[in-house]
Design a protein. Structure first.
Length: 357
C-alpha cells in the first residue's frame, strides 16, 4: 500500500494550444495509506482524468505524482504497482474464471499454493466460487465485471486499487453487497481503495472520505456527514441529497437574521461582516420540521404535493411562490391544505457567491 500525493496537478488535453482548456484545474491532494475514498461528480468533471493520472495512463500537464514520497510522475503504469478496474470488464474471454483471477499472481511468479488460496478467497467474496472452471465468455456481463474486480483484489502487494465506476453493469442488490465487501476488504487488508462514481448513493455508502468535483475543480473533501450537513458550496448542496437542498436568494437583516422576500429567518451564522456578494440560504428537507404551533422560524404554507416513498413522505409546499420540500416520517398526519414548517437556525447554511460562510 502507499500514500499517494498529487502535488500542484493540472491537466489539459490540448495543453500545447494557445488557449488550453483544462480538464483538471490546479490542485494538491493527499490520499492516506489504507484509506477508502470516492471521487464523486457529474460526467465530464475530471474524475476519470484524476484517476488515470494516478495510474499513469495520463501524464499531467503540470505537477507531480508521489507514492510514499517518491516522485513517480514519469513512471509507466506497469511499474506503479497499482490495480485498476474499469467501467466495463477487461478480462480474457478464452480463459476460465480461475485462470483470469490467477493471472496477475502468475505473472509475478507467486507459488501455486498461494495462488490457489488467494483465488478461492476472492472468488468466495465475489460469489464466483461456483464458476471457477467455466470459461469467462460464458458468464453474464455483471459476472464478467466481478472477474475484472477480482483481478484487482487478488493482489495484496498493490499500492492502491483504482476503480472507475466498476459496478455500472451490476444489479442494485449485488452493488450493495459488493460495496459492503469492498469496505470489509479495506478494513481487513488495509488496502487503499479509490472509487470513481457519479452516483452519490454509491459514494456515500462506500467511502470514508469523498472528493466532490465540478468542472475540473475539487469543491469539497469530507466524510458523508460533513457533505450532507455542511455542504461548502451550493453545488454540493444541489448534488448531494435527494431531494436536493432547498436553496434560496436571501438578504441580510441583522447579525444573524436573513430575509427571503417577506419571510424572516434566524440563522446560527454571524453575518455582521457580510457587506456584499450574492447571498443564498440553504436548508436540507430532512431538517425541516412539521409543527402545530407558530414560533420563531416557522412558516405557514400551502401544501402542493405529498409523495409517499414508503419509508418517508415528501411534502412540497408553496409560500408566496417559494417552493419548499420537507421530509417527514411516513406515519405523520399531514393537513390537507395548510401546514406549519419550522426551519431550525442551526441547520441553515448561508452562502456568499456560492461558497459557505
Amino acid at each position: 500500500m502507499a500514500e499517494i500525493e498529487l502535488k500542484n496537478i493540472a491537466h489539459s488535453y490540448d495543453y500545447k494550444s494557445e488557449n488550453p482548456t483544462y480538464a483538471l484545474n490546479p490542485f494538491s491532494l493527499t490520499w492516506e495509506d489504507g484509506g477508502c475514498y470516492a471521487i464523486l461528480g457529474p460526467s465530464g468533471c475530471g474524475k476519470t482524468t484524476m484517476l488515470n493520472i494516478m495510474s499513469g495512463l495520463v501524464s499531467p500537464s503540470k505537477g507531480s505524482v508521489l507514492f510514499d514520497g517518491t516522485d513517480i510522475t514519469s513512471v509507466k503504469t506497469e511499474k506503479r504497482n497499482i490495480a485498476q478496474v474499469f467501467q466495463f470488464p477487461v478480462i480474457y474471454n478464452t480463459m476460465s474464471v480461475y485462470s483470469n483471477l490467477a493471472f496477475p499472481l502468475k505473472c509475478r511468479n507467486f507459488d501455486e499454493n498461494i495462488i490457489k488460496s488467494k483465488v478461492i478467497e476472492v472468488a468466495e467474496i465475489l460469489n464466483l466460487n461456483l464458476f471457477l472452471d467455466k470459461a469467462a465468455k460464458d458468464l453474464t456481463a455483471d459476472q464478467k465485471q466481478l472477474i475484472s474486480l477480482g483481478r484487482g483484489l487478488v493482489r495484496e502487494d498493490v499500492a492502491a486499487i483504482l476503480m472507475d465506476e466498476p459496478l455500472t453493469v451490476i444489479d442494485p442488490d449485488l452493488k450493495f453487497r459488493l460495496r459492503r465487501k469492498l469496505k470489509e476488504i479495506n478494513e481487513k487488508y488495509n488496502t487503499t481503495l479509490i472509487y470513481v462514481t457519479h452516483d452519490q448513493n454509491e459514494a456515500m455508502t462506500f467511502a470514508k472520505k469523498i472528493i466532490v468535483m465540478d468542472s475540473g475543480n475539487i469543491v469539497q473533501v469530507g466524510n458523508p456527514k460533513e457533505l450532507f450537513e455542511r455542504p461548502q458550496t451550493t453545488f454540493v448542496g444541489y448534488f448531494i441529497g435527494s431531494p436536493a437542498m432547498n436553496i434560496y436568494d436571501c438578504a441580510v437583516l441583522s447579525d444573524f437574521d436573513v430575509s427571503i422576500g417577506n419571510i424572516q429567518l434566524k440563522t446560527s451564522t454571524n453575518l455582521s461582516n457580510v457587506k456584499s456578494g450574492q447571498l443564498k440560504i440553504g436548508i436540507r428537507s430532512e431538517f425541516i420540521k412539521l409543527v402545530n404551533n407558530k414560533s420563531e422560524n416557522t412558516i405557514e404554507a400551502k401544501i402542493e404535493i405529498v409523495e409517499d416513498f414508503g419509508n418517508y413522505k415528501l411534502i412540497t409546499v408553496n409560500k408566496n411562490n417559494l417552493i419548499i420540500k420537507a421530509k417527514v416520517e411516513r406515519e405523520t398526519t399531514i393537513p390537507h391544505d395548510v401546514v406549519l414548517l419550522n426551519i431550525p437556525a442551526e441547520h441553515c447554511c448561508i452562502y456568499q457567491n456560492k461558497n459557505l460562510i
